[in-house]
Ligand binder design. Structure first.
Ligand SMILES: [Zn+2]
Length: 187
């Protein structure tokens, strides 16, 4: 179901959440900015940003790290080797999720992955969840309309929709991507 709020308004809300969490001017939060490298964010700031986005949209973002999700699904050592470096399969997953980056051409340590997260990557994660908007509300009506800010509500009963949560969504995506691209083949 198409979310009844324009993509540009979703991007702006994500930029606003990041700006507030980092106490930055919103204009500095461009779509291609790395939260850590360009905006000086920390892992604690990621928690703050996540909380703000969940409140603003009424969604649950993924709370597990990508590498942890991979190892949970495909087994220990499938995402990170003994030296702490990402496996080729995990690098491919990072490229697909976070966009291409010069650093993905070489070795990448697991703890370097957060630095690759940009405003755009966060916004696309939000949009992915919003795209799970059900066709109809639990009351039976198909009458989603824009509510407060970037939220939607049912035009018939006024309730908020239930979206698929971020961790569940990422897991499903990982299973599909691994099959299609033949990543993490289990011996
Ligand atoms: Zn309803």
């Amino acid at each position: 179901m198409v979310y009844p709020v324009p993509a540009s308004a979703i991007d702006d809300e994500v930029r606003r959440a990041i700006a507030k969490a980092l106490r930055k001017d919103e204009a500095a939060v461009t779509l291609d900015a790395s939260i850590i490298e360009d905006l000086g964010g920390t892992s604690l700031d990621f928690l703050d940003i996540t909380f703000r986005l969940e409140q603003a949209f009424g969604i649950k973002l993924p709370h597990n790290l990508l590498v942890d999700q991979i190892e949970e699904l495909f087994g220990e050592g499938t995402a990170v080797d003994a030296a702490g470096k990402l496996t080729p399969g995990a690098i491919e997953v990072v490229r697909l999720r976070l966009g291409d980056h010069e650093r993905l051409g070489g070795e990448l340590f697991a703890d370097e992955v957060p630095a690759l997260v940009t405003t755009r990557a966060l916004a696309s994660g939000v949009k992915e969840i919003l795209a799970t908007l059900p066709a109809a509300c639990a009351c039976g009506a198909s009458a989603w309309k824009k509510g407060d800010g970037v939220k939607v509500t049912c035009g018939a009963c006024g309730k908020a929709p239930t979206f698929t949560d971020g961790d569940t969504l990422t897991q499903g995506w990982l299973r599909t991507a691994a099959k299609e691209k033949n990543l993490f083949a289990v011996a």
